[in-house]
Design a protein around this ligand. Structure first.
Ligand code: DX5
Ligand code: ZN
Length: 214
């Protein structure tokens, strides 16, 4: 299982020890949640903070943009050195064009769907993306309970992936812990985001290891 701990639940008063923990862990990525107070009812952090984080972090960055008009920020995400840029299906008027532009900038493109967005909206884009990110909570906040219906959606995306021959990685974000993570893995998840489960754990390294070895 690929694991992408979300910085959203880290200690914003002193991020360095948390990033060093990620560096020393079995995590595959660091997940960065960008919010604009428009697409989602919250604001997290922006590029000045992410630049400082990118400097310290030795894991590849998995950037999740919960913002309107993500196209405007493609070059800045690339300049962070990000490996994956995730945009929301609901935030992109011309999703295919956005995906093309992310690829032209040299990054992997991920398309994200909210809990109420059907998997059918991915039919004409799944062959063009490197990753599908299924939100298993409503985006905007860490620490929310896992939405059960996400298991069915994960199975549907796995089926769409098989049927289309797409190589897109199936990533899940929200309410992930060792229990929901195992159920998601059985449903077809290949990469798990976890914020509060990792950073609120007594031993974050062990929490990451538990997800990694699901
Ligand atoms: C929510 C973010 C998530 C968040 C997950 O909008 O996209 O990445 O950090 O937090 P947990 O793992 O606590 O549900
Ligand atoms: Zn996220």
């Amino acid at each position: 299982m690929k694991v992408s701990p979300s910085l959203l639940s880290a200690n914003f008063g002193n991020l360095t020890p948390d990033i060093e923990m990620i560096n020393a862990s079995e995590a595959d990525y660091l997940h960065l949640d960008v919010m604009d107070g428009v697409f989602v009812p919250n604001i997290s952090f922006g590029f000045p903070v992410m630049k400082a984080v990118a400097k310290l972090c030795r894991k590849p960055l998995d950037v999740h943009l919960m913002i309107v008009e993500p196209d405007k920020w493609i070059n800045q995400v690339r300049d962070l050195g990000a490996e994956i840029m995730n945009v929301h299906q609901e935030a992109c008027t011309h999703l295919h064009s956005t995906v093309q532009r992310i690829h032209q900038a040299g990054m992997k493109a991920g398309v994200t769907i909210c809990p109420a967005t059907p998997v059918s909206t991915l039919v004409d884009i799944i062959e063009d993306v490197d990753l599908v990110l299924i939100m298993s909570v409503n985006p905007g906040f860490g620490g929310q309970p896992f939405i059960e219906h996400s298991l069915k959606k994960t199975m549907e995306v796995a089926e769409l992936k098989r049927a289309s021959g797409s190589k897109a990685i199936i990533e899940i974000d929200g309410g992930v812990n060792a229990t929901t993570g195992k159920r998601l893995s059985d449903a077809g998840a290949e990469m798990l985001v976890a914020g509060s489960y990792v950073f609120n754990a007594e031993n974050p390294l062990e929490a990451i290891r538990a997800l990694k070895h699901i």
